[in-house]
Design a protein around this ligand. Structure first.
Ligand code: COA
Length: 332
């Protein structure tokens, strides 16, 4: 029961049916010409069924990642060291849920209802980012998430905000703006631990060691394995390949970590000065696929929390959807 989520025009049902039957070659040529000129595709425009399907999959996974991603940090709100960090963390967690809202709205413009998306998340059918299936054991874990995972997300989102689908790009622009504040918060916490007591430094190093592989996984499987990259790049949904984004992330953030005297748990990690590319030990991709398919350390826990929220929030959604019940709600 989520109706009323559209902030754009609802997709035309007749158009959806026609697209699903076949991709008109003339329309496809016009569509691809528009994409190559850098034009934005809007919800009411004709698009190939596969473009719609791929975008729905990608934006929906992104939206799920935002609301699930709020959970590991959310557990630290009561334990964040000091009032200032508590306030910043509350604001950040709230922002992440807001990003989920923006992205679900963008995905809805492609014709899938919010209810169907949430059902697919809760049943385990839809994926969400691998990194949120790991526990945040210490404050240093929250710090690593706040700095490196937000940084990784920014690399991906700044690039894709220049993509072809209008509603997704506009949502990403707003998200990137807020993520840049999250990055500052993460950087500030990182500096405090990295320049703190020996115990704080050890705690940070330990968290970094545990998070490094999930972060390397974050950008997706290597280009030679990635199933969707080629088509998504041709249609300018993804503006760079998984390996390109991973390289860009390493280029910007590894030197910052090394400057602070931190180490990374990969003896092969270095920049090849001739190619300008980073070389590293290939992360364990079997583990990656296990984690994204439900077998990570926290998958069950994360989905259970969302199922609980779904159940407990049902009466609120019902009241909001029903004008009579809405009038009966207490005024704050
Ligand atoms: N976490 C979970 N699943 C991932 C993943 C990750 N870090 N990276 C890739 N996958 C999944 C893909 O969803 C796909 O599975 P599916 O076919 O069942 O949907 C499979 O692994 C193959 O990967 P690939 O072909 O490379 O997928 P892709 O072209 O969609 O690229 C991303 C993966 C993450 C780069 C892309 O989906 C993306 O840019 N998403 C938007 C940003 C986002 O979701 N960020 C996470 C939260 S901030």
């Amino acid at each position: 029961m989520y109706g009323g989520g559209y902030i754009f025009d609802e997709p035309n049902k007749k158009q959806l049916r026609e697209e699903q039957q076949h991709d008109d070659p003339e329309k496809l040529a016009i569509f691809e010409a528009r994409i190559s000129k850098g034009e934005k595709i809007e919800p009411g425009d004709w698009m190939p069924a596969e473009y719609r399907r791929q975008l729905t999959r990608l934006i929906e996974q992104h939206a799920h990642s935002e609301i699930i991603g709020a959970l590991p940090e959310g557990t630290w709100i009561t334990r964040a060291p000091g009032f200032k960090r508590k306030l910043a963390l509350i604001a950040k967690v709230q922002d992440e849920i807001g990003h989920g809202q923006l992205l679900y709205n963008a995905a809805e413009t492609l014709g899938k209802s919010r209810e169907a998306m949430i059902n697919d998340l809760l049943s385990g059918k839809s994926k969400y980012s691998n990194v949120f299936n790991y526990p945040a054991k210490t404050w240093a874990d929250v710090t690593v998430i706040g700095f490196l995972i937000d940084a990784a997300a920014i690399v991906n989102q700044v690039a894709n905000a220049k993509g072809s689908y209008g509603p997704y790009c506009r949502a990403l622009e707003r998200i990137c703006y807020e993520e840049s504040f999250h990055l500052k918060q993460g950087h500030d916490a990182l500096i405090a631990l990295a320049t703190g007591t020996p115990m704080q430094k050890d705690m940070l190093q330990d968290a970094l060691n545990r998070w490094w592989q999930p972060i390397m996984h974050f950008f997706g499987p290597p280009d030679k394995v990635s199933q969707h990259s080629e088509k998504l790049m041709q249609w300018r949904v993804k503006m760079a390949s998984n390996d390109e984004m991973r390289n860009q992330f390493l280029d910007t953030y590894v030197p910052k970590l090394w400057e602070l005297g931190l180490t990374l748990p990969d003896p092969l990690l270095h920049k090849n000065t001739e190619t300008g590319r980073w070389e590293y030990t290939d992360p364990d991709w079997d583990l990656f696929f296990k984690v994204i398919n439900g077998g990570g350390p926290c998958n069950q826990e994360r989905l259970q929390v969302r199922r609980w929220a779904e159940e407990e929030g049902r009466w609120v959604r019902k009241a909001l959807m029903n004008p009579k019940e809405r009038r009966a709600l207490p005024v704050a």
